[in-house]
Design a protein around this ligand. Sequence first.
Ligand code: B12
Ligand code: SF4
Length: 483
Amino acid sequence: MNDKKKPVVLVICPPEPDLCKEFKTIVLKPYIGEVPMGVLYLAGQLEEASFQSIIFDLTVDPRPTDEFLEELDQLDPLLVGFSVTLLNVRFTNELACRFKSKRPDIPIIYGGPHVTILPQKHADYDFVDFVVTNEGELALVELAKQVQRGGINARFSHDKKIIEGQHPNFDELALPARHLVDIGRYRRRGQVMDVSPTDIVCTSRGCPFNCAFCSSKTIWHQKYYMRSPEKVVDEIEFLMREYGTKGIYFREDNFTVNRQHVFGMCDQIKRRNLDIRWECESRVDTVTKDMLVAMKEAGCSGIWCGVESGSPRILKKIRKGFTIDKVLSFYEWCRELDIPTHAMFMLGFSGETPDDLRATYELALKLPTNRVQFATYCGFPGSEMYDEIKGGELVVAQWEDLLISRNEYFTQEQLYELEAAMNYQANRNRFRLGTRKISIERTIRWLSYAAHPKMGWRLFRQKVSKPSGNTNVLDLLNAASKR
Ligand code: B12
Ligand code: SF4
């Protein structure tokens, strides 16, 4: 085939399915069905530069490996790009390695957050031709052009295998190529708000904060880039028109970092009189009450925040950078304004005592939020805490570059037991704590669900069987205090 017509193939492998069976934390449950925005952005930019791209998202469209390799071979692509994450790296390596031995003439490119964090490790694999770090749009288009001109021998950037992706002008980027995937295969539902179809839109990239457990700093170097509100709202209008979108999930590290950006977004949505509801991720210390009022008026129907801990000592240790007072006022404002919220907590940090966890649990019970989520700490490469615990006695297992740890007061199993108990017990009565609007919505949803014979039977079975997480949280914490 003429090189000019050859497609660029982009592959997303599924996360490791069995990890959560061994390590029973919700963090490691394979989360499937979210539209792969990064890869759609790459494909959009390739299309803009007149390359045809084909996306294989094996997370929602699994197929036998041999058949898939055969299909790739038949496509005879210009290059194959893999989107690599912490949890899909093993299968990605297997697939890439097997494809390389089948078709050594086709360049294999690695990109994604995990290779941005560990570029050299991935560049050392002989089945990988190039590693693209950071944002990939500009570098991938350039690479495709080079390969088209010179085939496999084309070397980019002085024969180096690692290519540092540059930040593009966000407003000039092509829209994510959603038309290249079967959008119906993805979860198009709000997470906090009950709206469907809900689609993902990115208004920013990066995060200026520096939490010690998080790898964002290594990926984004504490930078924060925004799109102009006009462009974002153009995209929302496009989605409403072309995809029947009713809800938007601003899926990014923090929607509320920049006050002007948030007010600009709300202003555009209101000015265009859009009938759209949306949810976002935020931090309790980057919002003010007037900002929440503007957000509510513009259709904000859900906010997620990482609270992480109820212990001021732990908040300081993990360098979260806010106080419990900030947490309380944020959730109080949201309750007053009737904005549904989720609060996320972590447990199992090194040095975290039973008393610290008691404070976390008590804060979770007291917060006027619609749902709380507890997740056991796992060591992600690229974070400061990872470097601290690596090689130490708190690490109980390692899977590829993921570290599983206990802490000084709890074994790993005890942490998982606590996580399950906290998730179950802190949400059991949440229904009553929720805002009025969401309670009525939920009641109607629950009744229509329960009225269906199959679902009713399932609910009945759930009620009579012993739920996981049934052990009393305070008993678990008291037992730990006595040890
Ligand atoms: C949305 C999201 C998810 C979604 C994924 C949706 C999806 N399919 O894309 C869900 C909920 C499924 C998810 C799950 C998990 N996530 Co997550 N997630 C994010 C989040 C918040 C935004 C990702 C995003 O959309 N970014 C915007 C797009 C534009 O960027 P991008 O996807 O990275 O793609 C760009 C580049 O990476 C690059 N690129 C990507 N692929 C390729 C391929 C090629 C060939 C090239 C050249 C370039 C390239 O170019 C893209 C465009 O610029 C990030 C944080 C962040 N801000 O990055 C964390 C983040 C990616 N997640 C992370 C983690 C740890 C997880 C989980 C393990 C659990 C958890 N605790 O969150 C699981 C495991 C995921 C897995 N399958 O392996 C870490 C990644 C660590 C790592 N080493 O991989 C991050 C960075 C969060 C953090 N700060 O620690 N996540
Ligand atoms: S946890 Fe959230 S606020 Fe903290 S550095 Fe990571 S992305 Fe930023």
